[in-house]
Design a binder for this molecule. Structure first.
Ligand SMILES: [Zn+2]
Length: 200
């Protein structure tokens, strides 16, 4: 493995693996890698493909803006998550393999030497982590500090009773929002008439 060193301008100095390993799942693990003791990239994925394991770079979902309220929705959304209007099917670009391009890499190697170096090191680290996980007292090396959490409210959460229509027989629990609050652009709601015509 050390013969890989020197072929690529950057060196991986640490790899941390979080095993998923649920039977039947193609996603085998998450990992973070440190370059030159200086720069960490998180959320790489180790995936079982048709031709064996491969490493997917961290990526984000591509989005398109709603024509009415300008909210970003993911490319295959049928309805705007903010104003509820029905969206036309988007033309979706294809990647080199002819698959729909729904994600874009956030961080990635720009040459095949570096890609191969990352992939072989990460897969080796994955195999080692898997072997370690069988030993008693195993502790994963990947720190989970950014796992999804539910925030605590600073004040009691008001029950939206006043907004309930008389004829609904919904439980008192407020329905889940269809969009996380931080992405709701409150100022831009001029074309709001779609909100009440939400179909299901
Ligand atoms: Zn909208």
């Amino acid at each position: 493995m050390l013969s890989e060193e020197g072929r690529s301008a950057v060196k991986i100095t640490e790899i941390r693996i979080k095993l998923m390993d649920e039977p039947g799942e193609r996603l085998k693990a998450f990992c973070s890698i440190t370059f030159d003791d200086s720069f960490v990239v998180r959320d790489l994925k180790i995936i079982e493909g048709a031709g064996g394991l491969f490493v997917a770079m961290p990526s984000r979902k591509l989005t398109a803006r709603c024509p009415a309220c300008r909210t970003k929705n993911h490319l295959r959304a049928q309805y705007c998550s903010q104003c509820g209007i029905r969206l036309k099917e988007q033309p979706i670009a294809k990647d080199e393999g002819g698959r729909a391009k729904l994600y874009a890499d956030i961080a990635h190697p720009i040459n095949s030497k570096c890609r191969e170096m990352i992939q072989s090191r990460v897969i080796q680290a994955y195999e080692e982590e898997k072997a370690r996980s069988l030993l008693p007292g195993y502790v994963p090396s990947y720190d989970d500090y950014d796992e999804e959490q539910t925030a605590e409210a600073a004040e009691p959460i008001p029950r939206p009773e006043s907004q309930h229509k008389a004829h609904t027989d919904e439980p008192a629990v407020p329905p889940p929002p269809h969009k996380p609050p931080e992405t709701i652009p409150q100022k831009r709601r001029e074309g709001d008439q779609g909100a009440e015509t939400f179909e299901s």
